[in-house]
Design a protein around this ligand. Sequence first.
Ligand code: NAD
Length: 296
Amino acid sequence: MPMIIDGKAIAEKVKAQCRESIAALKSRGITPGLAVVIIGDDPASHAYVRSKVRTCEELGLHSLKIQKPSETSQEQLLEIIAELNADEAIDGILVQSPPPPHIDEGAVVRAIDPAKDVDGFHPLNVAKLAMDDDSGFVPCTPFGCQRLLIEHGIETSGARVVVLGRSMIVGKPMALLMMRNGIGGNATVTVAHSRTRDLASVTREADILIAAIGKPHLVTADHVKDGATVIDVGINRVVDSTTKSGYRLVGDVDFDAVAPKCSAITPVPGGVGPMTIAMLMANTIKSSQLRHRATS
Ligand code: NAD
């Protein structure tokens, strides 16, 4: 049987390290602060925001939730961001995705002070990631996936890594992280996507396969070589009449079929998911440390 990569346990470890850093900052009279802006009433987005705020409270971070109706204009949202950029108590700003369709998400990301862009989506932080400049912020989900590999001692140096998906949130930064020169990097990376021909022949090359597609169970046993490590980023709702809610969450990987072939695999839920919030907390603390070093 493969090793099941326990994202919950590793997220707890990251949070324990966050607690130590927060205590050190608090001893200097500094409390790191995260502002989360949510526009509209998408239930899944509200659930994500609730868990981000809850984790801030759990760790003793200052959190500010700004909730606005779907009709909020682009100008109003940009004004909120300008205020948060100027707010000394706030180290991290994130606008929960997806915003309503009339909002230009790219313009919103560019309006956030890159020093407070703890999601790592601002062009300056994307460039820093590509340039191996550690002063920037790495997007939380791929950062969490890399941490899972490091914590489990899974060798990435020289490994063939296939990243499935090329989004700015997961696929692209994931590929950049894996090819970086450093711990948890130095891999030979292939990025596959919706236009990739004969996907299974590409993914079967992978020592480490990272799936971030958003298609339930697209990755089957046929896509995976024996002994591979599989990281499943996907979170997909599928109908399940046996559950109280009428649905359940599954990944992009058909876990039951793929797990027997793997050396290690993440479950969904309980794999990558808990890491994303933990890395958001870590990024917020890093922002606070950098900002207070800059001003002290
Ligand atoms: P996205 O829709 O922005 O990108 C999906 C990518 O998959 C695209 O690059 C596309 O080219 C590729 N793709 C689509 N169909 C494909 C196919 N048939 N074959 C190969 N590639 C295909 O999605 P995203 O934001 O990157 O998210 C991907 C998944 O990860 C979703 O299920 C999302 O819910 C999940 N997610 C989870 C977390 C977490 O914290 N665990 C965070 C972010 C995203």
